[in-house]
Design a protein around this ligand. Structure first.
Ligand code: SF4
Ligand code: SF4
Length: 287
């Protein structure tokens, strides 16, 4: 880990515990210490009036290639791992997805085939789910909205929602602190510094992940069901910096090409190095 607490100086006040965005500092047996979940941000230092928190010797591993390889091996993942980075303009060398496309469809491509990063924006989206991703809503006139609802949503053989349900659903959109121009999506090993990491797992792999995450944090991973895959998977990890797992909705599962026994896990990238290290420390790692 990259930060350590000097136990001689520490007054055990707990101020750092509540202010670490990664929940990487814990109190155990009357000692306060930094765990493997530390991502090296340094935020805690300013909250310690005793000057007890300082740099340790080993930095957190942030190399996405190594992390992707380690996750795949330790969890025996069958598919590729996707990652996302929020941006205000396209990074150099990253092509723009022209669309029309679905966010969940692009994730499905990465899960199945891997792939270099592309920039996905609300403009390239064919689906209102981009509002759930923090990319804003597609601008549509009243007539366009009406015809989309009538042609694509209501009626036999179409999806399930009525206009009323769709309008009410708008109130469910998370309130992002800002709207981003786009999100770069690619396989984890091809991304430089992503914000979120997504991968499909089976029940056994989810047990391993939950145990490793809870090992130091003491927190269970929250599971969601009942709303669209983008809403349930993305907003909580992005805004609250904690992982979730999600069954997804029918459309999202279909576009992600998830098998019946696969569920989706989404982690803030800052928690991935700690997760990887803790996968070696739980009962699942014992021979
Ligand atoms: S994640 Fe940041 S705030 Fe938390 S212990 Fe590490 S350096 Fe401190
Ligand atoms: S803020 Fe400083 S003194 Fe208080 S528990 Fe954390 S390390 Fe110890």
């Amino acid at each position: 880990m990259s930060f350590v607490i000097d136990q001689e100086l520490c007054a055990k006040c707990g101020s750092c515990i509540g202010n670490c965005p990664n929940r990487a500092i814990i109190r155990r047996a009357d000692e306060v210490f930094v765990t493997e979940m530390c991502c090296d941000c340094g935020i805690c230092v300013q909250y310690c009036t005793m000057g007890a928190i300082g740099k340790g010797s080993v930095r957190a591993e942030q190399d996405t290639q190594k992390l992707a390889k380690a996750l795949k091996e330790k969890l025996s993942l069958f598919k590729n791992i996707a990652a996302m980075q929020y941006v205000d303009k396209a990074p150099e060398g990253v092509p723009q997805e022209k669309g029309p496309h679905f966010w969940c469809g692009i994730c499905g491509d990465v899960f199945d085939e891997g792939g270099a990063p592309v920039l996905f924006s609300a403009k390239a989206s064919t689906c209102g789910g981009v509002a759930n991703l923090g990319l804003g809503a597609i601008k549509a006139t009243r007539e366009e909205f009406d015809s989309a609802i009538n042609a694509q949503v209501v009626g036999e053989g179409n999806l399930y929602a009525t206009r009323d349900v769709m309008s009410k659903n708008r109130n469910m959109f998370p309130h992002f602190s800002k709207v981003y121009a786009g999100v770069v999506i690619g396989s984890l090993e091809h991304m430089r510094k992503p914000d979120l990491v997504l991968f499909p797992v089976n029940g056994h792999q989810l047990c391993m992940i939950s145990t490793a995450y809870a090992f130091d944090t003491g927190e269970l991973i929250t599971g969601f069901a009942g709303k669209s895959t983008c809403l349930m998977t993305i907003s909580t990890p992005l805004m609250q910096n904690r992982p979730v797992f999600c069954a997804g909705d029918h459309g999202g599962r279909m576009f992600m090409r998830l098998k019946d026994d696969e569920i989706l896990v989404c982690f803030p990238f800052s928690l991935i190095p700690g997760l990887v290290k803790n996968l070696d420390r739980t009962v699942f790692a014992q021979k």
